[in-house]
Design a protein around this ligand. Structure first.
Ligand code: FAD
Length: 353
């Protein structure tokens, strides 16, 4: 009794009353904050950009954002995606203001599906079926149809921000240079979550060299024909992601490593229009009217070797890292949030027992 030898032990404040501090208020930081608040923890988020902001470096404002089963991932990561799907489906069914919708998807594969392909998604998706020859363009090997979920980030991020505030979470707009700076701001806290996306490349005590910015540029086409998703799976990276609640479709895509340009590249835009017209001419006209088109540019927080999700005890603090989600942050978001909440609960258990 009276001995505070364990990591995470703060003699002055019981664990459950020490705010969990999250660096970053993108989809990863915010989904995690919501889950922790629902589980009863006090939470503060510190970030340069907050829900509703539209900076190019704030990836969560610009995502497609489709739930697509990633190929080439381990079973644990598949489960993160499955948990995300469960949460998003509930939002789509119960709260249209969340910006989440169920849409009809067509996935066309250039090659026969490999050993660890995205076909595993059929364990999660509704109405999955193999399309028969004649039901899809003959230049593809295989095609699937299923219902999936799309999240409109222009609605979802503000909605999530409001949920967090209503649950008692606190947003603090601030850019920090290091995690140390964050520790000094919250001397009573012992659990810190680094969800700073590509910011982890520059934080002086993280400096993760595997992180790199990966520019995306999409065309947003205004159209009433916005309930069907198309995804070309193979060497060519082309998709049409519907945004029914914003009456349009997102046309892509492109990935440009280490390119930070905020200017619209019209050559890319023309190429995306051409590719998506071939994929679904009934949605994308060959020459859409200029006033139906706008452009989306965002920097994906990518990481060589995949995203980082782990826990470290450093002195009396626990540091959880959750960054580097590249082009899949929305599809992993609520599953990762659930995993992080469980990691915080394990730390709580160690502190209490
Ligand atoms: C064009 C495009 C299309 C995409 N399509 C899809 C899709 O269809 N499906 C999908 O799942 N994903 C998609 N993505 C990817 C998705 O947007 C990202 O994976 C996701 O948004 C990453 O979220 P995050 O919270 O990790 O990072 P971010 O949203 O970038 O948030 C990082 C947060 O950290 C804060 N921060 C960083 N450094 C500091 C610091 N030093 N001090 C204070 N605050 C700091 C920032 O201010 C921000 O709040 C797409 C991305 C782009 C660009």
């Amino acid at each position: 009794m009276g001995e505070y030898t364990q990591a995470n032990d703060n003699p002055r404040v019981p664990f459950s009353q020490r705010p969990i501090i999250i660096l970053g208020a993108g989809i990863i930081g915010c989904a995690t904050a919501r889950q922790l608040l629902l589980n009863g923890f006090p939470v503060a988020l510190v970030a340069e950009y907050l829900p509703g902001d539209q900076n190019i470096n704030y990836a969560s404002a610009w995502a497609g954002a489709a739930w697509h089963a990633a190929g080439g991932i381990c079973p644990e990561y598949r489960y993160f995606q499955a948990v995300t799907h469960r949460h998003l489906l509930k939002m789509a069914q119960e709260d249209p203001e969340s910006g989440v919708c169920v849409v009809d998807a067509r996935e066309y594969l250039e090659q026969p599906p490999g050993e660890n392909s995205s076909v595993w998604g059929k364990t999660v998706l509704s109405n999955f079926r193999h399309l028969k020859a004649g039901e899809f363009p003959s230049n593809f090997d295989t095609a699937w149809a299923y219902d999936t979920l799309v999240t409109d980030p222009t609605l979802h991020m503000p909605w999530l921000g409001k949920q967090i505030t209503a649950l008692g979470g606190q947003f603090i707009r601030k850019k920090v240079e290091s995690l140390q700076e964050l520790y000094a701001l919250f001397p009573e806290s012992t659990v810190f979550i680094n969800a700073s996306g590509v910011g982890s490349k520059a934080l002086t005590d993280v400096m993760d060299d595997n992180c790199f910015p990966e520019r995306g540029q999409n065309v947003f086409l205004k159209t009433e024909n916005c309930n069907q998703m198309f995804f070309r799976n193979g060497k060519q990276y082309t998709y049409i992601i519907p945004r029914p609640l914003s009456k349009g479709v997102v046309l892509g895509g492109v990935k440009q490593q280490d390119d930070l340009s905020p200017e619209v590249d019209m050559e890319i835009a023309r190429d995306e229009l051409a590719r998506t017209h071939i994929l679904a001419p009934h949605i994308v006209p060959e020459h859409p009217a200029e006033d139906t088109i706008s452009h989306i540019i965002g920097i994906r927080p990518s990481r060589r070797g995949g995203f980082r999700l782990d826990s470290e005890n450093i002195g009396n603090r626990t540091i959880l890292s959750a960054y580097g989600f590249g082009g899949g942050g929305y599809a992993f978001s609520y599953g990762v949030a659930d995993a992080l909440a469980k990691m915080v609960e394990r730390t709580e258990r160690e502190s209490v027992i």
